[in-house]
Design a protein around this ligand. Structure first.
Ligand code: NDP
Length: 256
């Protein structure tokens, strides 16, 4: 099926594109006509996903990226620019979770979640905005940055308190970056997905606790990853020219 919004002419970087939501979005963006940069640490996986996009007739390139490392973020944008020109569409999707009670979680695991889920988003958005502004986004109005939040940023989350806190921080970062760049032609919006089965949580959903979690949702089901397609394409496309600093919850009513 043809994607609802066109990304023709856009160059998009998706972080965390080696699996789950990011890999899904990369394929979607490719089908919508974007030149897609797939960033993650596991280059073998992003190469594979990029190959699938090219086989389907799209344009895609895997770039090595560790969002916790400023030098790696800069190098990924350099590689992207060399291949496809200025990145005008950014999806800050890379994220990790370290489940456990706060009394048990190690300081190292806590810090890894902060570094990936908050600093990684900040560094990705900042480097993208620097280059967009230098390339004239103020005049073109072409900049689109989509941040991946989570319903855990405002609903109680029994499992990884740092994850939930960093997702709340990402949403507030999005509002502030939107304000900072409102005259620079860069729109920043946040999408809050509900629980979707991916590598992040697949082990949990195989357990009795996981099944009980699904039964606790009003509709007794996980959110389908495809539910994100139209909202994220919209925020990434020209159609959202006048939408910035906003948030959209896509959770099948799980948080209610
Ligand atoms: P996955 O575990 O399937 O994917 C996470 C991705 O992040 C991987 O591609 C991983 O790639 C990448 N990643 C992790 N650390 C880094 C890093 N340091 N640098 C670059 N990339 C990194 O999980 P999901 O697809 O479920 O998660 C994607 C996003 O969606 C996350 O931000 C998550 O918090 C959010 N989300 C997920 C929900 C869900 O229920 N699944 C619900 C709400 C939000 P690699 O290891 O190769 O680097």
């Amino acid at each position: 099926m043809k994607p609802r919004y066109s990304l023709e002419g856009r160059t998009a970087l998706i972080t965390g594109a080696s699996s789950g939501i990011g890999a899904h979005l990369a394929a979607l963006f490719g089908a919508a006509g974007a030149r897609v940069l797939l960033g993650a640490r596991r280059k073998d996986r992003t190469e594979e996903e990029a190959g699938k996009i090219r086989a389907a007739g799209g344009e895609a390139l895997a770039v090595e990226l560790d969002v916790t490392d400023e030098g790696s973020v800069i190098a990924a944008y350099d590689a992207a620019e060399k291949a496809f020109g200025t990145v005008d569409t950014i999806v800050a999707n890379a994220g990790i979770s370290r489940d456990g009670r706060s009394t048990d979680v190690s300081a190292g695991d806590m810090q890894a979640v902060v570094d990936t889920n908050f600093s990684g988003v900040y560094l990705t958005a900042r480097e993208g905005a620097r280059r967009l502004i230098a390339a004239g986004s103020r005049e073109s109005g072409a900049g689109r940055i989509v941040l991946l939040g989570s319903i855990t940023s405002f609903a109680n989350h029994n499992g990884d308190a740092t994850y939930a806190a960093m997702k709340a921080a990402v949403a507030h970062l999005g509002r502030n970056l939107a304000r900072e760049w409102v005259r620079m032609g860069i729109n920043v919006n946040t999408v809050h997905p509900g629980y979707i089965e991916t590598e992040l949580n697949a082990d949990f959903y195989k357990t009795e606790g996981g099944e009980a979690h699904i039964r606790s949702f009003h509709r007794r089901r996980l959110t389908a990853v495809e539910a994100l397609d139209d909202p994220i394409l919209f925020f990434a496309s020209d159609a959202s020219a006048m939408v910035t600093g906003s948030e959209l919850i896509v959770d099948d009513g799980q948080r209610l």
